[in-house]
Structures are given as C-alpha cells and as structure tokens.
Design a protein around this ligand. Structure first.
Ligand SMILES: Nc1ncnc2c1ncn2[C@@H]1O[C@H](COP(=O)(O)OP(=O)(O)O)[C@@H](O)[C@H]1O
Ligand SMILES: [Mg+2]
Length: 234
C-alpha cells in the first residue's frame, strides 16, 4: 500500500560524448494522489526528468521505480505496456492529429490499452465531457483555440484512466486565462484521484500546486509543500 507511485534514487542522465550532464543524482518520491510542479528555468533538465519518470528514456545511472516496478529491469516492450496502462502524457504543443475530430483524437489514447474499438469513441466522449468540451467533439484541432486543443490533449491523456499524468509545460503556449483553465482541469483530475506532475518554468503556475520541486542545472534545489492551494485561484 505504502509503495510510492514514483521513486527516483541517484538518477543521473548525460547526453553525448564528451558528456553533457542534464540531470545529476536526483532522489525523490511521488505518492499516489499527489499533485506537484517541477519548476526551473529553460535548460535546467525538466524535460529530461519528465521523460525519465515517463519511462520514455532510461537514466545513465540510478534507479527508477514506477508503482513498485524496477524500470531498469524491464524490457522496452514491458515499459510500453506500463506506459499504456499507467501514464498519460500532455505536451506544450498538444501533439494532436490534424484533420481528425476531437473525439477521435481522444480515442487514440486507448489504442494500446486493450479497450475494444467499439468502446473507444464512447469512452472518448466521456473524457471530453470531463474537460468540458462535449460541444466540440466533432471539431478538428484547427477549429479549436489553443486552450481547447490542450483540453483535448488532456482528455486523450486521461481516457485510459492512468494513475499518473505527466504534463510538460502544458500552459507554455497559452494565454494566462486559458492556462489557468488548464491548471484547473488538472486540479480537478487530481481531486478525483489521479496523480499529476506538471513541469513548468512559470512560477505562477507552480504556485497553484500543493508541492513544488525546484530544479536548476540538473540538480534538485528544493522540495516545498504548501498545503491546499489547488483549485482556489481561478
Ligand atoms: N537529446 C539531447 N542531446 C543532447 N543534449 C540534450 C538533449 N536533451 C537535452 N539536452 C541538454 O540537457 C539539458 C537539459 O535539457 P532539458 O531537459 O530539455 O531542459 P528543460 O526542459 O528544463 O528546458 C540542456 O543543457 C539540454 O541542452
Ligand atoms: Mg523542456
């Protein structure tokens, strides 16, 4: 019961040779049900860290456990399966398929989850409703605002009901108001039990999260918990 959802121990990641150290000796745990920001300036290692937590990349040294699984001992196909069931991703630039309706974009979030094709659209419609976009289900991305596109991307990330949502600068392409709406939706998902990690360089966004991990030059520089601010700022 008490095993953390995410656990990093001595995690480092270098690129190239001679090596550029993007992340150096990082240790922390994330418990089920948490919502936290990983905050730091551009180039500090945030995306590197998110890719490692999301098992899209492997550390140069150190251990990462996801829900008790030692990811270093898992094959690439085992990691793909873990991702399909346990992790939803949200990116700054949405990564939606152009020319495909919102509901069908969301349904692609179920492609690798074992949900039969006949059920995917119905599940996608429910996920769009969770982000307040039922009325836009048949719109294509180019017919939606930036904030609406990001809500479609969030619906796609949660349609398979993953334990963990990882969002890399989800408000980075949005105006303040749309960004605040996106943070509120992520807070609502967290309130219903999903663990949410938001990467941001924006301190105003980070301050809406109950926990903030600071990162600078590839090192953790702070781990602050502030109580129950989430959801009160919009
Ligand atoms: N694939 C890569 N190859 C080489 N260097 C990289 C690669 N990805 C990131 N880096 C370097 O690692 C550091 C951290 O990058 P990144 O994790 O993208 O930071 P952030 O997301 O905080 O802007 C930077 O110095 C960046 O140039
Ligand atoms: Mg980044």
């Amino acid at each position: 019961m008490s095993v953390p959802l995410v656990s990093l121990r001595g995690v480092s990641r270098s690129y190239g040779s001679p090596p550029t150290v993007a992340l150096s000796h990082v240790d922390f745990d994330i418990d089920r049900g948490e919502m936290l920001a990983i905050v730091g300036p551009s180039g500090s290692g945030k995306s590197t860290l998110l890719n490692l937590i999301g098992t899209l990349d492997r550390p140069s040294t150190g251990d990462i456990h996801i829900d008790g699984h030692d990811t270093g001992a898992m094959s690439d196909s085992e990691l793909s399966a873990l991702r399909a069931f346990a992790i939803g991703f949200v990116f700054q630039q949405y990564h939606l398929a152009e020319g495909v309706s919102a509901v069908d974009n969301v349904a692609t979030g179920l492609l690798y989850s074992g949900v039969p094709a006949s059920e995917r659209r119905a599940r996608a419609a429910i996920a769009l409703d969770r982000v307040g976009l039922s009325a836009r289900a048949h719109h294509r991305p180019q017919e939606l605002s930036g904030g609406e596109r990001q809500r479609v991307a969030i619906a796609r990330a949660v349609v398979g009901e993953p334990a963990l949502i990882l969002a890399d600068e989800p408000t980075g392409a949005l105006d303040t108001r749309s960004g605040a709406a996106v943070v509120s939706i992520l807070a609502d998902l967290n309130a219903s039990g999903t663990t949410v990690v938001v990467i941001t360089h924006d301190h105003q966004v980070a301050e809406r999260m109950p926990r903030q991990l600071g990162i600078r030059d590839g090192e953790l520089v702070g781990d602050r918990r502030v109580g129950d601010l989430v959801g009160t700022a919009s």
